[in-house]
Structure formats: structure tokens, C-alpha cells
Design a protein around this ligand. Structure first.
Ligand SMILES: *Cc1c(COP(=O)(O)O)cnc(C)c1O
Length: 380
């Protein structure tokens, strides 16, 4: 019998090693990993610069706690906020934790309780982040949620306007809803959100846990919109596979999180920061981001060419790509896995492609040669 809580529907594959985009199971079978540990392994598996960073740091110092000063955290913070309107970072260990920090900061700073969130959003599994999440299946059975959140339909201007009042501390959103089905914010809706935040003095929290750190072809996904976040949350791709989260905020928010207001034991530990600094140094380079853009546009163009457009909708930004199908995608994902391609679902009927940002054109071709025939076969 298993001694694990059965919280996951695990696939019957035991992966034991990985290199770049390729992972290998305990039978020696190889797979193209187009999940990247759900947008985590941004530089691919066992990237030499990460292996080196962790090996070197592991021989120096692992952990001292946040009781001591940390030039390493300072350096990572300044790399993350460079060329943004943000100026401060708080480090934690996961996306949910980053969102908890954001929720606490927004409430304390404004002295107001309401945070507006969106249907089909995903913000994590802790109590605050779960309450913020716009998916009832994630909240089922856990009793009353925090009352602080008001959920409205995404991209619905009227509904958003109708819940704005003087109690609203913040609006919290994903620029592309990842778990919710790769749903992008509309251009007009983004403009309305920006206007409301400015007009009503409401904070804007952008959850970039999935979209951040180069995933969409820019450092952050919001850069491709008119939005001006007061707070950004990060995790997933930031650590390239090592757990780390971060909340970034504007200078105006700094004082609200004074000594003793918030904290975490592990957050910003030496190993995590050394790895994240390496990831960021690598990804926040114009040439690297340009490459992500190029591969993404190759992938999307090929998908659009090869799939019947009346049956499939290809969407997303950068290497966060969704293929919306008009049927359940469970079987397709299973068959792709048998043929050596790992994929992940989003929403009810969307296949999500999240290759490492280092994926090659020939690996994209290999993935397409498995996926496209499977998809086309469902239409025949
Ligand atoms: C995955 C995810 C989270 C939660 O991150 P954890 O590290 O699992 O807590 C929050 N927000 C978004 C947008 C995510 O995709």
C-alpha cells in the first residue's frame, strides 16, 4: 500500500533523469518534456550553469536565516526589479506563499479588506490563495472561504466596474490564466483595469507565478500589456527547479512591510538564491528572450498550419501555449505520453505546451510529429 496521501492523480511513469528537454524513466524510455515540471524547469533539466551554481554554493553555505544581512538577496532583488517600476523584493518558497505576502501587503497598506479576483484564476492552495482562486473545485469541502475576495468574470468590463467601491484594496489577476485554460487578458479589459486602479487608487497585483521569468518571451508577461502592477508575484520558473518564490513591490509599499510584519524561515535561502540568480542572469538577456520568441512563433505557426482551425484554437504567449479542443484532452495526453511526449492539461479541454525555454527547433518538430497526428485523428 502507499503511505502517501492520494492528493494527486499520478501518471504511471517514474522519471529518473533529465537533460535539457529530454527526461528518461526507470525503464530507459525517453520523453520530450513539454511540461517542464509545470513551467518550472525554465532552463531545461540539469542545465550546466545551474548544476555549477548549486554545487558551488552547497560547498560554501546553505542557510543562515533572515536574521543576517544578505547581499545575495539584494543582488537578486535588483536584477528582478531592474527596468520595472518596482523596487523591492520579498523572497519566499512558492507561488502560494508569494500570493499570501501580496494579499497581506495590499490589505495592510491600504487598510481595506476587499481584493477583486477573477473566475478561472489560480493562485495556489494555501487558505488565502485558495480563497482568491476562481475555481470552485479547488475550494470544495473546505468550508467558508476568506471573505476578502470578490470574484468576477475575467475580461468582463461591466462586472468589474459593478464591484468597485471604496473598500477595494486591490485587483489581483494573471495576464494569462495558466491553469484556467491559457486565457489571455483582453487589450480593452487591461486598459479598464489600469484606469480603475489609477482612478480609485486601487493596488494592482499581477500573479506572474506561471507567466514570469521569460516564459512568455519577455521578462514578465505584463510588459506586453498596458498594465502597471504595484505588486508582482513569482515562483515556478524563477528557480529553474529549485523551490523559490518572490513578491516584488513598488517603493511606496516598502514601509508597510517593516520589521516583524511578515517573514519566513526558508525564504531567500542561499541555495535558492544562488540558483535563481543564475536563472535570471541567463534568461534576462535580450538574445535569450529573443530566442524564446522565435521558438514560440515557430511552434505556434506550425500548429496553426497543421491543425484544422475550425476544430482547434491555438492560444497563449511565448512558450505558454494552449490548444483548445472541442473534446476532453485526457486521452490525447495519455497517447502522447505513450509515444514519448509529456503534456499537461489546462482548464477542461485545453492542452498546454510548456517546454523548457531552451527547447530546440528540432525538439519542437519532434513534438509536433507526435502531437499533430493525434489531434487530427480526433477529428476524423
Ligand atoms: C502554480 C501557480 C501558483 C501556485 O504556486 P505554488 O508554488 O504551487 O504554490 C499560483 N499562481 C499561479 C498563476 C500558478 O500558476
Amino acid at each position: 500500500m502507499s503511505h502517501l496521501f492520494p492528493t494527486y492523480n499520478r501518471r504511471p511513469v517514474h522519471l529518473v533523469k533529465g537533460k535539457g528537454t529530454i527526461v528518461t524513466d526507470d525503464q530507459g524510455k525517453q520523453y520530450l518534456d513539454f511540461t517542464s515540471g509545470i513551467a518550472v524547469v525554465s532552463l531545461g533539466h540539469s542545465h550546466p550553469v545551474i548544476v555549477k551554481a548549486i554545487a558551488e554554493q552547497s560547498q560554501k553555505l546553505w542557510h543562515v536565516s533572515n536574521l543576517f544581512e544578505s547581499p545575495e538577496q539584494q543582488q537578486l532583488a535588483s536584477a528582478l526589479v531592474e527596468n520595472t517600476q518596482l523596487s523591492r523584493a520579498f523572497f519566499c518558497n512558492s507561488g502560494a506563499e508569494a500570493n499570501e505576502a501580496a494579499i497581506k501587503l495590499a490589505r495592510k497598506h491600504t487598510g481595506k479588506a476587499t481584493i477583486i479576483t477573477f473566475e478561472k484564476s489560480f493562485h495556489g492552495r494555501t487558505f488565502g490563495a485558495m480563497s482568491a482562486t476562481g475555481q470552485s473545485k479547488i475550494k470544495e469541502g473546505f468550508g467558508p472561504m476568506l471573505e476578502t475576495f470578490i470574484s468576477v468574470p475575467f475580461n468582463d468590463v461591466q462586472q468589474l466596474e459593478s464591484v468597485i467601491d471604496s473598500n477595494v484594496a486591490a485587483i489581483m489577476l494573471e495576464v494569462i490564466q495558466g491553469e484556467g485554460g491559457v486565457r489571455e487578458i483582453d487589450v480593452t479589459f487591461a486598459q479598464v483595469v489600469k484606469d480603475i486602479c489609477e482612478r480609485e487608487d486601487i493596488l494592482l497585483i499581477i500573479d506572474e507565478v506561471q507567466t514570469g521569468i521569460g516564459r512568455t518571451g519577455t521578462r514578465y508577461a505584463y510588459e506586453q500589456t498596458v498594465l502597471k502592477p504595484d505588486i508582482i508575484t513569482l515562483a515556478k520558473g524563477l528557480g529553474g527547479g529549485f523551490p523559490i518564490g518572490a513578491m516584488l513591490g513598488t517603493e511606496a509599499l516598502a514601509e508597510t512591510f517593516g520589521p516583524g510584519t511578515h517573514g519566513t524561515t526558508y525564504g531567500g535561502g542561499y541555495l535558492a538564491v544562488a540558483v535563481a540568480q543564475t536563472v535570471v542572469n541567463h534568461i534576462f538577456q535580450e538574445a535569450f528572450l529573443h530566442n524564446v520568441e522565435e521558438r514560440a512563433s515557430y511552434l505556434v505557426t506550425k500548429l496553426k498550419e497543421q491543425l484544422p482551425t475550425d476544430q482547434f484554437i491555438v492560444k497563449g504567449k511565448g512558450l505558454l501555449v494552449g490548444i483548445e479542443c472541442n473534446q476532453s484532452v485526457h486521452t490525447i495526453i495519455k497517447e502522447a505520453e505513450q509515444q514519448g511526449l509529456l503534456l499537461v492539461q489546462a482548464g477542461d479541454n485545453v492542452i498546454r505546451l510548456l517546454p523548457p525555454l531552451t527547447v530546440s527547433i528540432s525538439e519542437i518538430d519532434d513534438a509536433l510529429s507526435i502531437l499533430v497526428p493525434l489531434l487530427v485523428a480526433t477529428t476524423e
